[in-house]
Design a protein around this ligand. Structure first.
Ligand code: DGJ
Length: 775
């Protein structure tokens, strides 16, 4: 709900309020973003201008108390006395000087369409406030758009700058969001990393000066995700004030936090200003990406819940919203480029028996693609590898009861390709400079309409001709040669590329809503809300090692729901870390996301097949909960122990993961949150297997005959026999379980019976929590 009364703007969601007010000079003073307050006289929330402040540049002659530097503002300019970082840098005949003052406002139902950028979808009760500010002297008009999503407690913001003057205005920076908050001893949390170690959470206190994070790679990047958090010193997962910020954008971005001399923190987020320029001819406008804001006074889990509901309800493609994601098999980590009809058919037969629903043909299927040095751009099926054609394979997979998906990397071209030979000018390239290659490939110039048409036709035909119902869209190199002859200024290239990409995605997938799109960029190099407007899920990381995934998926969980986190089980020892982990743990981690397998299925042992079949059956049974349930990180107080809970109320699943064992392990406590206090629940460990080769010489304690742990017999037996694990069950009321179950003891070399928890290094257990009177 939005209400405007006596120059005060009251933006209200179910549990939060965002207020600002006009000052006597028409600036917008930020008053409050926090817990829900009924609209009322806000004067106590205004900053007090009791007396003149020293060393201040004042706004108007004789008004010594009105200095913009000391006022929390909704959007500042440059040159009027506010010396904090400005959200806008635009050069006119007045230099960079800008002073935006209120002109008018209007209230609209729903969202306001964007010209080319993705924005969140509206829904029940969604309203937009548009406040127009102007700088008459500079010939600029600035519209601030606030969209309120009451049901999910999110507010989005964007800015549109129009040149109303007579000359060209050169835009160098326009943030989507400025938010000036009083400092409550805040901590900033960012999600950083790189290839195979995405989204690791990093904290630092807000201190004087500016902390900024962002991307310059041409994509949102795994280096620094565009999503950030700010939380008060007394906040934790369950309690306290926490803010979350994100951008519906996939290109270069920047977010900064600045603490000023008055104890205010200025948050800004938007397009990365480095190397950005956007000339505005008279009458032209520039629109920023949409920034997403959420607040929770129920700690970081409360904040994640709001962000998750927003993504599931307003960001992911409407046709896929709430639709369970299928169990996937993907050929990449099994076969890499060595795929052909025969090998894939064998995999498909096996995958179908295991319960897989979607069979994905990854890289290596098109003509000339023997390795990663060639052929990107030429998406014609390799007739040698697929003599009967691709459609024949798709039909065969359909007969096995699965859908088929295909991998493409349409934004790229290899120099060794038919496409490049025909159109060398279609690659982004600085005139006179040799290309800086990454993975032997170059970016296509998506600022060029002919390139966009080519991609739309190629990918569209590929989907339609073969009946694919899923596309994995990859993007494996950063932007380096950011120059296009198809834009008016080189500084426009990176953003114009994004606009071109969004147009291409809309033209391909808009008319094909049934096609499930999974976005990928060397793993999670483009894990952002912009991509999620077309993709229902994103390949989170090329790293499928479950212990590394605990950090990666936990990092993503702060801002992105499990329904978009693609998570696969792969071989062990792991291909990047050499870590040897139990199959059960590989599944237990992947189950907190969209499940898939990337495995050489020819080499599964009978026992592994049994285990995987049961894993998939369990996942399908609990999929709604695992993908769309309310997610919580349960603090354990110990780095080596991670606990995640999904679901609340009548049913939940809790994962208990051990990164590393300690001798004589301490007792483990498992608290379960969000249950009905008086209802009675049954908690059962999911049955899983301990493969015998994990036990080494210990096997002789349970074997009736003495076996050489490294011998042939043991080798044969361990493929066909295993020990049952996960034989625990507990029960209690919701309030009792919230206090924490004291779990059965872990194995510590003193004996074994079925209830002993055999975790060791990298062990884990899933627990199902079901209300007894509801079963
Ligand atoms: C990078 C992706 O992250 C992988 O999953 C795989 O699709 C390869 N590209 C294929 O080249």
């Amino acid at each position: 709900m939005i209400e405007v009364r006596d120059g005060v703007f009251f933006l209200q969601t179910r549990t939060t309020s965002y207020w600002f007010a006009l000052t006597e000079h028409g600036h917008l003073e930020h008053l409050h973003y926090g817990p829900l307050l009924p609209p009322q006289d806000p004067s106590a929330l205004r900053v007090k201008r009791t007396v003149e402040f020293g060393a201040t540049v004042v706004y108007a002659p004789g008004e010594m108390e009105y200095g913009l530097d000391a006022i929390p503002l909704e959007y500042s300019g440059i040159g009027q006395g506010d010396y904090r970082m400005s959200p806008v840098e635009v050069f006119t005949t007045h230099g960079a000087d800008t002073d935006f003052v209120y002109r008018d406002h209007r209230l609209l139902d729903g969202t306001v369409a964007s010209a080319g950028l993705p924005i969140a979808d509206g829904g029940e009760g969604v309203q937009t406030l548009e406040v127009t500010l102007a700088d008459e002297r500079a010939g600029l008009e600035l519209a601030l758009l606030y969209t309120v999503f009451p049901d999910v407690d999110v507010i989005t913001r964007r800015a549109v700058l129009r040149n109303t003057g007579e000359g060209t205005a050169e835009l160098a920076k326009l943030a989507s969001l400025q938010l000036d908050l009083p400092d409550r001893g805040y901590t900033i949390r960012t999600f950083d990393g790189g290839w195979i170690h995405e989204a690791h959470a990093h904290d630092r206190p807000v201190t004087s000066g500016v902390f900024s994070t962002g991307s310059t790679t041409g994509a949102s990047s795994a280096r620094h995700n565009p999503g950030t958090l700010l939380f008060a010193s007394d906040a934790d997962e369950e309690r306290g004030w926490a803010y979350g910020f994100n951008l519906v954008y996939s290109g270069n971005h920047a977010t900064s936090f600045e603490r000023d001399q008055h104890g205010s923190v200025r948050v800004m987020a938007g397009i990365q200003p480095q190397a950005f320029r956007w000339p505005l001819a008279p009458g032209e406008a520039f629109e920023t990406p949409e920034a997403v804001l959420a607040f929770s006074d129920e700690g970081l889990n409360g904040l994640s819940d709001r962000m998750h509901r927003f993504v599931n309800g307003h960001i992911t493609p409407a046709a896929q919203r709430g639709v369970p994601r299928p169990v996937v098999y993907n050929s990449w980590e099994a076969a890499f480029f060595e795929i052909d009809e025969k090998r894939l058919t064998a995999y498909a037969r096996q995958a179908a028996k295991l319960g897989v629903e979607l069979f994905v043909i990854d890289d290596g299927w098109f003509a000339g693609r023997a390795d990663d040095t060639r052929a990107l751009g030429d998406y014609t099926v390799d007739a040698k590898k697929f003599p009967a054609g691709m459609k024949a394979l798709v039909d065969r997979v359909a007969k096995l009861g699965m859908r088929t998906g295909i991998w493409v990397e349409p934004e790229m071209v290899s120099e060794d390709s038919e496409l490049y030979r025909a159109h060398p000018d279609w690659a982004l390239r600085i005139p006179g400079k040799a290309a800086r290659e990454g993975r032997h490939q170059q970016l296509l110039d998506l600022c060029n309409p002919a390139v966009r048409d080519y991609i739309v036709e190629q990918v569209g035909a590929l989907i339609d001709d073969n009946g694919f119902s899923y596309v994995k869209w990859d993007m494996n190199r950063h932007m380096a040669d950011a120059y296009s002859p198809h834009v008016a200024h080189p500084g426009m290239t990176a953003h114009a590329f994004q606009l071109g990409l969004y147009e291409v995605l809309e033209r391909i997938f808009g008319p094909r809503p049934h096609v499930l799109l999974e976005m990928c960029s060397s793993g999670g190099n483009r894990f952002d809300l912009g991509m999620l407007r077309w993709a229902a899920m994103i390949w989170t990381s090329d790293d499928t090692d479950p212990i590394e995934r605990l950090d990666i998926q936990q990092g993503m969980s702060y801002l992105y729901p499990q329904s978009v986190v693609s998570a696969h089980v792969s071989a062990s020892p792991h291909q990047q870390t050499l870590r040897d982990t139990p199959l059960s743990t590989r599944f237990n981690v992947a189950a907190f996301g969209c499940l898939g397998y990337e495995y050489d299925l020819d080499f599964l042992t009978p026992e592994e097949k049994r285990e995987i079949t049961e894993q998939i059956a369990f996942y399908k049974q609990h999929r709604e909960l695992l993908q769309f349930g309310r997610f919580r990180r349960i603090p354990s107080g110990r780095r080596e122990r991670v606990m995640w809970q999904i679901g609340e109320g009548d049913a939940a699943i809790v994962g208990n993961f051990q990164r590393g064992v300690r001798a004589a392990p301490e007792r483990d406590i498992l608290p379960i949150a969000g249950l009905h206090p008086d209802a009675v629940y049954r908690v059962d460990a999911k049955p899983q297997r301990i493969m015998l080769d994990r036990l080494g010489a210990l096997v002789n304690h349970v074997s009736p005959v003495r076996l050489d742990p490294n011998g042939l017999v043991m080798n044969v037996v361990s493929k066909r026999r295993s020990l049952p694990d996960g034989v625990e069950s507990y029960h209690g009321t919701g309030e009792l379980l919230a206090a924490g179950i004291k779990l059965e003891m872990q194995f510590s070399g003193t004996g074994h019976n079925p209830a002993v928890r055999m975790l060791g290094d990298f062990g884990s257990t899933l627990y199902t929590v079901v209300r007894e009177d509801a079963t």
